[in-house]
Design a protein around this ligand. Sequence first.
Ligand SMILES: [Zn+2]
Length: 347
Amino acid sequence: MLICNERRAGARRMRWMTLGWLMLAQATGFAEPVATPYGEVSLPFELHQVPGAPVYYVIGLSGVPGAENEGHTSNAGFVVTDGGVVVFDALGTPALGYRLLQRIREVTDQPIERIVVSHYHADHIYGLQAFKEHAGDPPVWAQRQALGYVGGDRASQGEDAGRRLEQRREALFPWVNEQTWIVPPDRTFENDTNFEVGGIRFELRHMGPAHAPGDSVMLVKNYGVLFSGDVIYKGRVPFLDSPETDTRHWLEALRQLAQLDPQPRFVINGHGEPSDAIEEAVSVTRDYIEYVRSVMGEAVADFVPFDEAYRRADWSRYRDMPAFDASNRGNAYRIYLELEAESLGDS
Ligand SMILES: [Zn+2]
């Protein structure tokens, strides 16, 4: 009897725990945890499809990588062809890379033909490890400048790879830990590169230096889909705070993308929701960079010190955008330095 009562109480407790979990999941948007060889993922991790095309993508959460978003802050996608799957970017932890692989396997059992990486930054590459260890070691393609990232002891792509890995082992533990390693590119390209897989034509274009020196985009030509990487940000303040970010050239890259002929009918950016119009896709990033450049440009021209210029500037347009607190001041300072160097160069 006692055992029976205990069991009943246990079952009741379980029901309450399940109910509690569901309420929490509803409140936070988290789903039932899914086990991976790299730890559990609790995020919904929804797969979306481009209408009328065998092109799929996942959308990261806004904000900077941390335990609350399990490092899922960037976007990634893949194209299913008769000759294999072409993946674009690999997300910010091995566990998320594994979840992406699971999603691919729900759609197709075609082998992974290759993974193209938009640029070597932690939030787009740590998932590569799962593909190397669980998807038949597919080749990773990236623009040549990604090679400098792999040694991990110097700033490259605007990010010190070794220091970043240390930071993520803290901020994203247990998803990033001592077993996490940086997967180097197997194949590199210099400028524009065309390839075909299963009858689908792809074009890689090097757009950097912009957000990072190696920034590259991928066009899926048969379907008019553009994977833009971090040349296009939406839904958060872009990240410009690195010595290798080049905002002058970044604006030029955005102009080139806006003039693509034919215009892509669907744009999947590195962060934020996708767009079905290129002009709408580029506008957030372009307007932000132009605004910070104009405010800081006036300050540099008038010899106003940075702190004062930053304090005086009107940030009301961006203050409520995710990642404002984490990124805006650093971005503004970086642009101030960039414009100072430009003005010295001009004189
Ligand atoms: Zn990113």
